[in-house]
Ligand binder design. Sequence first.
Ligand code: ZN
Length: 417
Amino acid sequence: MLAVATLGTAAAAELVYEVTLDPAKPTTAQVRLAAPAGERFLATAPVQARGAQIGVAIQAERLSCDGRGVPLRKDGWHLPRTGCRELTWTIAFDTLGPLGVDASNQQNLYDPVRKFWLVSEPASLLRAPGTESGALIEFRGVGEVLGGMARGSAARRTVPGLDAAPEFYFAGGSLPTRRFVAGGRPVVYLKVAEADYAAIERVHRAGLDYLAQVVRATPTTEPSIVVWLPIEESQRATGGAAGSSSILANVATVEGRAQPLRLPFAQLLVLHEQFHQLAPQPLPHWLNESLAEYYARKALRRADPGVGALHLVERRYPPLTAPPRQTLLAVQRQIDDGDFSAYGLLYTEGSNFWLAVDQAILAASAGKRSLDDELPFLLTAEYPQGRLPPAVVERLRAAAGASAFDELLVEWVGQSP
Ligand SMILES: [Zn+2]
């Protein structure tokens, strides 16, 4: 979307966002982005952080081009026609207070108690020409750094391309972490909320082991980071956000203490996002979200979080006997037209569709097979028109019984067999 201008493709790897964090002034940070030797950032398009496209409040301020202020217009900063050798700007941080924070806002955050920063890539990094892919970020003036993948040093991390999920970075003197390995990958918790992390880990570990097994994920040494952010229940805003390697999840608190009853929702969210991380194949929205939600729901059940917790989570979904409000392909068409208002149906009705298919396969095989056996095939098939292709339809008809599956396909997906 941004023309590369004078920056050649080889230059991309040399682009490094240098972020200087200062414990003496923790609510702002300086960012510097220099063009490779002999090249300039040209005014081919306005410069903006990509969070602007997804409703994230931009916390980048005061952009300068070679030391001179750049005007900010509605569509972003307009660089001078002669271009810039070096871009510098500041980023602002919200301070984590007693009410906590809504994780879905994807904001920069400073925790004055544990003294660490959360840097949100979509809110902070201005995407100058040449940073579309392969750029890096380097942190100065801090201790431990997490987020993205390390490149060359622990303080130098990858920046996602424009077509990848957003990223979050964590830096500070000593991050409050808890580490374990599950599903063939390291998991790092950043413990911001006060909570029973041993109990959270037990459920997460069992769920992740199961997901990695059904997805047939290859083991990796790159950690998945889960940041448990507190939010007071009075704020009525528990949410989450998922990045390429990091997940922000809210823990509902009352006067700073975690509410165990609300935890299963956060754990469902984490398992949903981990399904995406384990199965990063490009799938149509409706298929991607419905499978992620169904498998998070199934993984949570297998992880045995307790009857009360399961009951609470299951109330999120309509009963299987309720007819779908819209077919999944109808929701997909709305999304293709830029209307995301029915997106939530991909989670609720979408996961109900797969639950019904799973039950049909169990019934047809007298309990010997399940949707798990078909999942690797589903994840590697091609979906040229966004619908289930004949090979997938045939496979699921064979597993679930032809007439049972055809009925579900028409009713929930809105596709004729
Ligand atoms: Zn999702």
